[in-house]
Design a binder for this molecule. Structure first.
Ligand code: PNS
Length: 183
């Protein structure tokens, strides 16, 4: 076995890359990251810079939100990448791409992506984690749609994200509405 050079020790351990658009990050993503941190020593949240895809938040805005949300979790590292995911992964010492699966409808897209990534780099595996039942219906797309139309997204995204969504859609920052039922 090759002897480790000085300084290489800090990169040891199991690393997973959790790629995505994160436009914006939701509690569904956060749930996957927290559970992955029980398995991996480090999870790199890799925000894809995709010029083709119209995003609500800039990469810098998305990166900043993720960094703030995980500021007390040193093993969750926020980063961004351009180009092919496999090329980004090759620059790290990760062997695993992590993706969340909500429903069978996610499967086809994920299957294609994982198969393509594996054909591009046969040393890479994609690991799927089932989203917790509380967040099965949560996606960045529906969060944006609901927030744009003035619906409450509290409890589905961190408060910071809920505030940033309101700022984006120029909606008033209000306290969470609570419906109280009288008997
Ligand atoms: O959250 P998303 O939008 O479902 O994430 C998709 C993402 C960013 C993981 C995927 O589009 C991706 O890996 N993009 C980088 C470009 C790439 O490598 N494409 C080939 C994978 S099939």
């Amino acid at each position: 076995m090759a002897k480790k050079k000085k300084g290489e020790e800090k990169d040891m351990g199991k690393v997973a890359i959790y790629p995505g658009s994160f436009d914006p990050i939701t509690y569904g993503h956060i749930d996957i990251i927290e559970r992955a941190l029980e398995i991996f020593d480090k999870v790199i949240i890799a925000i894809a810079e995709n010029a083709e895809k119209r995003s609500l938040f800039s990469v810098e805005e998305r990166l900043q939100m993720v960094k703030i949300i995980f500021k007390d979790t040193p093993n969750a590292i926020a980063d961004s990448f351009k180009g092919l995911l496999v090329d980004y992964v090759a620059k790290t010492n990760a062997k695993v791409i992590l993706r969340g699966l909500r429903a069978t409808s996610d499967f086809e897209y994920e299957f294609h992506m994982a198969s393509m990534n594996r054909s591009l780099n046969t040393h890479l595996d994609t690991l799927f984690m089932m989203t917790s039942k509380d967040y099965f219906f949560v996606s960045s797309r529906t969060i944006k749609e609901v927030a744009k139309l003035g619906g409450g997204v509290e409890g589905l995204v961190p408060d910071l994200v809920a505030r940033r969504l309101k700022e984006k859609f120029k909606l008033p920052i209000t306290k969470k509405k609570q419906i109280v039922w009288d008997d």
